[in-house]
Design a protein around this ligand. Structure first.
Ligand code: OAD
Length: 257
């Protein structure tokens, strides 16, 4: 899964880190049963066209297709639970560190596991707002089993416009406050755990690189090996639900071996 040597080398670094930035992607929620985007067979973008489902143009082209797909994802999320990776991250603050979770995920599994400071760079499946006037709206998760079928979006109660999911689509700006918080954390952290992301979507993918340039150690946790720089960068290969608990919860036993 990962080399014992890496753990031995990382143990003192993890132990002494004062500000840890945990930067997560879809892989951290994969073991909760939520599909990633780019995994070859199961990824959402392997089986669906992101142009149709994750752009403002795709929404305007067929609002019911897009709204129905996100309602299905919201319903799926309601039936999922945080996994061992989400839980391991919550153990860090108890060990006296400052921890900022910056996630690209639109689920709420970090929060449900108990993480307090969670920055959502790509919005949230739980949020809904008007496409036209941006007013926030509350839309209950459907009690009827959904399969991604077309469902017309409800109308905004303020302006009558179409409601849309509160996620960031391709071509849209990231929420300014979330981006600023992520940049600030990248600048001040001394350790970054980059968990379950392909690192292909910008600007989010800049965050680990910026932290490394500011002097932080970067540790990737991914089922695939990640190419690393010569210094201060490590790749731990394996499912996040196994690697993170081993790295974050067993520091004492690692240290004494
Ligand atoms: P991707 O689907 O691009 O990448 C998921 C990564 O997780 C891959 O590198 C996998 O190897 C890894 N992985 C899969 N299962 C894992 C596991 N159990 N443990 C650890 N790693 C695992 O997802 P993201 O990088 O999150 O944007 O994608 C970035 C953005 O692209 C998303 O936020 C989304 C998408 O379009 C928006 O919605 C705006």
């Amino acid at each position: 899964m990962h080399s014992y040597q890496s753990f031995v080398e990382l143990n003192p670094i993890v132990k002494s880190a004062q500000h840890i930035l945990v930067f997560t992607g879809a892989g951290v929620s994969a073991e909760s049963g939520i599909a990633t985007f780019r995994d070859a067979l199961t990824g959402l973008w392997a089986n669906n066209d992101p142009e149709q489902l994750a752009t403002p143009e795709g929404f305007l082209d067929d609002p019911a297709r897009v709204w129905g797909w996100y309602q299905w994802r919201r319903q799926q999320l309601a039936g999922c639970l945080p996994n061992a990776a989400h839980r391991a991250i919550t153990k860090l603050p108890a060990q006296g560190r400052q921890v900022t979770v910056v996630t690209q995920n639109v689920d709420d599994l970090h929060e449900r596991a108990g993480s307090r400071e969670v920055v959502h760079l790509h919005g949230s499946l739980l949020a809904t707002r008007c496409f036209d006037c941006a007013a926030l709206a509350q839309v209950p998760v459907s009690a009827v089993p959904l399969a991604g079928e077309a469902i017309s979006p409800p109308a905004c109660e303020h302006c009558g416009g179409m409601l849309r999911p509160g996620v960031v689509w391709f071509g849209e700006m990231l929420p300014q406050d979330a981006w600023s918080a992520a940049l600030a954390a990248a600048e001040r952290c001394d350790l970054v755990l980059v968990v379950g992301t392909s690192g292909l979507v910008y600007p989010a993918a800049q965050i680990p690189q910026l932290a490394w340039e500011s002097g932080a150690t970067v540790v990737h946790v991914n089922t695939e090996p990640v190419p690393v720089a010569a210094e201060r960068e490590f790749s731990l290969v394996g499912p996040a639900g196994q690697v993170l608990p081993a790295l974050l919860e067993s520091e004492e036993s690692m240290g004494s071996e």
